[in-house]
Design a protein around this ligand. Structure first.
Ligand code: IDP
Ligand code: MG
Length: 137
């Protein structure tokens, strides 16, 4: 079993897409190990995306991620990291295949509905950024 960290971003939560996206996660066979609604501050969004601090889109991205509530989750399944990234599709919804979450629910390369960890080290870091050990039973 493997765990990954996922976010339903503020664009999707704001359009009342939490239920459909959680449904797709469960249909795909993930077990939700932890789930919480959060409202990130600008500073918390900057910390989460620190790896992108030098990118031109960093200011806009962290404004967006702190613009409204988001749903943070820990998902578990065999090969969870790659499997969740495949279900989301690529960063740009315009390049994502039909049936992927970003194609169906994203509206721009920035407002792409969901986040997923890209490697075991980032999954561990990102899970720890939002969840305490005792929340992960
Ligand atoms: P990922 O979410 O598919 O791993 P990253 O390259 O890690 O993509 O970028 C993190 C987030 O930053 C993306 O999900 C998206 O919201 C935003 N982003 C990435 N590239 C761009 C861009 O070129 N313009 C605006 N926002 C971007
Ligand atoms: Mg990334």
């Amino acid at each position: 079993m493997e765990r990954t960290f996922a976010i339903i971003k503020p664009d999707a939560v704001g359009r009342r897409l939490t239920g459909p996206i959680v449904g797709r996660i469960e249909q795909a066979g993930f077990t939700i190990q932890a789930l919480r609604l959060v409202r990130l501050t600008k500073r918390e969004a900057e910390g989460f995306y620190a790896v992108h601090r030098d990118k031109p889109f960093f200011g806009s991205l962290t404004d967006f991620m702190s613009s409204g509530p988001a749903v943070v989750m820990v998902l578990e399944s065999p090969d969870a990291i790659a499997k969740w990234r495949a279900l989301m599709g690529p960063t740009d919804p315009g390049k994502a295949a039909p049936g992927t979450l970003r194609r169906e629910f994203g509206t721009s390369i920035e407002r792409n509905a969901t986040h997923g960890s890209d490697a075991p080290e980032t999954a561990a870091y990102e899970i720890g950024y939002f969840f305490r050990g005792m929340e992960l039973l």
